[in-house]
Design a protein around this ligand. Structure first.
Ligand code: WTA
Length: 637
């Protein structure tokens, strides 16, 4: 079907896959033994679909497995090589990390944070972010990290939903040369919340901030804290964190991850996908505010006692060579980034990366969106110098860790540009049609997972019913991923983007419903429909159609500005639309539902298909005209 690349590390461990195929439960049981447990489980899997309990009765602690276990042999090894956007740098060894985490765990205890309490973390990419997360896990508090690009309204909704007792933030963080004032956002977000008892503020930028009654400075608290805090033995199913992610309906959902299964999944996938060795320097560019950062910046590398680079700011600041500079400076051996970042770097030509010494790199990874074959080849040739496998990892916030990926740490198989290759061992993945019937090779359908895996979400925070409906109701006893896929004649998977109303803008998940409800909450807007159109760099960009209320006579330019600012305030700048169109009506079915399929088809210049259920054909013409104009204005630019 397509060209393939025979590149690997010469690992041929056939037995791992074999044993996983014959008994996936026993297989994962063996994998779990790689972690340190204070009590061993009584039952490996209690599967009461769709609720999976892994390692029932087992007890462990995430921070213990990330830090304490390395103290004998690696206490002086750097855990984090940190670089700030403004050039500041810090190195934290495993010993120093453990001291900081124990001190901060004691700080949390002194503020009455107890096992099971939730703590919201809204920090830039600084070492205090993983330190806060690990301190929570040490005492059994459930962390909920909010990406530092989200607005006050977004963070308020998340604090409210999780009922966090404490919020951890910074005076600000550096982004593209400016200071993002995080503390101000938190002040606005928690105004009406009596249940938030304290705000801990780390002074990153030393900008002037208001100190309110609930506020405490990080350094003041740490100065008095003891550096000994015994890790709490926690049930395997103890909630490690909640991470909010956009879905197809309403507000973001709180994806809840446990401890034992999640960490087992991360330990194994990190080893298989990245073939991690003691000498490696790992660099994942994801922000910890997203799942990739939780799993493959914080937990997986630390479980392995690896050294990693952590970078604070924008990848193209002060210019697009920043990543190549970091790789050269820290002698990075494994680099894990997104197709959006790669497309951006590609635009600057080959001379820029070619002028750096990238010879330390031995593995390259990608995640978050489909990677175009031409971008894959550029990554392979220009960055990897045709000697590094490209590890295209498919997974989701809900899956906890990678589910489809080349695994050079385990086996050498030919790579095909644009395919994530095969599922990880122990996993049954299929491509099915609308009725759940398995499709023949090379046919596009829906991706489903047929058995539980240890990293899978426990549920949606406080909403078991929604958990069942969103993921397990389309097909009986199958997890519905919401992605289109093809399985080719060699059993390789090709992920083709979302099949539902979730957009992927620069790799970030944005729900159309969430955006539409924000737009219609503007006083002048009656109705709205949002869709994504392909973009050369970001993968997709947002197009908004809005119908004005009767008698609104505002200048469209003014209204457009108001809407953009509303979206930025309610959600965050990542949801800023590329274009807003004011139309007189939206294409709807006779029963009043917006025909998104139609919008998508028009947006992608595809055949619009059967429109017999359409209420009013004029709406389609209007939208088509709008897109033609858009096409023209893009060309003119
Ligand atoms: C998409 C990110 C193609 C997919 C880890 C999925 C990908 C969604 C890939 C989850 C990939 C992620 N190839 N598509 N390698 N990785 N996706 O929750 O649509 O932010 O459903 O997790 O990203 O996004 P999320």
């Amino acid at each position: 079907m397509s060209e393939s690349y025979d590149i690997g590390l010469g690992n041929y461990d056939v037995s791992t896959r074999k044993s996983a195929e014959s008994d996936y439960v026993g297989f994962w049981e063996n994998q779990a033994k790689n972690l340190h447990w204070s009590s061993i489980w009584e039952k490996t899997l209690d599967w009461n679909p769709p609720f999976a309990k892994w390692f029932v009765g087992g007890k462990l602690n995430a921070s213990y497995n990330a830090l304490d276990v390395h103290q004998k042999e690696k206490s002086d090894k750097p855990a984090i090589l940190w670089e700030g956007e403004n050039g500041d740098s810090r190195i934290l060894t495993y010993r120093e990390m453990l001291i900081e985490v124990q001190k901060f765990a004691n700080v949390l205890k002194s503020l009455n944070v107890k096992k099971g309490d939730r703590v919201t973390i809204y920090l830039p990419m600084i070492p205090e972010l993983p330190i806060s997360m690990l301190a929570c896990s040490r005492i059994g508090a459930t962390h909920t990290v909010v990406f530092s690009g989200f607005s006050a309204t977004s963070i308020r909704d998340r604090i409210d939903d999780s009922k966090s007792k404490v919020v951890i933030t910074a005076d600000g963080g550096y982004r593209r040369g400016s200071i993002v004032k995080l503390k101000e956002v938190v002040d606005e977000a928690i105004q009406d919340f009596d249940f938030v008892k304290n705000v801990i503020v780390f002074e990153r930028t030393k900008t002037k901030i208001a100190i309110n009654e609930k506020d405490k400075l990080w350094n003041d608290l740490m100065n008095n804290a003891s550096d000994i805090c015994e890790p709490e033995p926690l049930d395997s199913l103890h909630p490690l964190y909640i991470l909010y992610t956009s879905g197809t309906t309403g507000k973001p959902k709180g994806v809840l991850h446990g401890t034992g299964g999640y960490l087992t999944h991360l330990y194994s996938t990190f080893k298989w996908a990245f073939d991690i060795k003691d000498s490696d320097v790992f660099f994942c560019t994801a922000d910890i505010g997203w799942v990739t950062g939780h799993s493959y910046v914080v937990y997986a590398p630390l479980l392995h006692g690896a050294t990693e680079v952590m970078y604070e700011g924008a990848p193209d600041f002060p210019d697009a060579s920043r990543m190549w500079n970091l790789i050269q400076k820290y002698k990075v051996t494994i680099f894990y980034t997104t197709p959006t970042a790669l497309r951006m770097f590609m635009k600057f030509g080959d001379d820029m990366p070619n002028s750096f010494d990238l010879s330390s790199i031995r593995l390259l990874g990608t995640v978050g969106e489909p990677i175009n074959p031409e971008v894959w080849k550029w990554y392979y040739k220009i960055i990897g110098k045709e000697k590094c496998p490209i590890i295209d990892t498919w997974w989701q916030t809900e899956t906890g860790g990678m589910l489809i990926s080349p695994l050079p740490g385990l086996e050498t198989i030919p790579l095909k540009p644009g395919s994530g290759t095969r599922p990880i061992p122990g996993l049954l993945i299929s491509v099915v049609d609308e009725n759940g019937i398995e499709l023949p090779a090379n046919t596009k359908g829906f991706l489903v997972i047929k058995n539980p895996w240890p990293g899978m979400l426990l549920t949606l925070w406080g909403d078991d019913e929604k958990y069942k409906n969103v993921y397990w109701s389309k097909y009986p006893n199958c997890y519905y991923a919401g992605d289109y896929a093809i399985k080719d004649e060699d059993g390789y998977f090709w992920l083709l983007g979302r099949a539902d109303d979730v957009l992927k803008i620069a790799g970030h998940r944005i729900g159309t419903a969430e955006l539409e409800s924000c737009i219609v909450s503007h006083d002048d807007i009656a109705e709205s429909a949002v869709c994504g159109i392909p973009d050369e760099v970001k993968g997709e960009v947002i197009i908004v159609f809005a119908v004005l209320k009767e008698n609104v006579e505002k200048n469209p330019d003014v209204l457009e500005k108001e809407l953009i600012s509303k979206i930025r305030t309610d959600i965050g700048s990542i949801a800023t639309p590329k274009q807003i169109y004011f139309v007189s009506k939206l294409p709807k079915t006779r029963s009043g539902k917006i025909m998104r399929r139609l919008l998508k088809a028009i947006a992608n210049n595809e055949h619009i298909g059967d429109v017999s259920t359409l209420e009013d054909g004029a709406a389609v013409t209007e939208i088509q005209t709008a897109f033609e104009e858009l096409g023209k204005s893009i060309k003119e630019k």
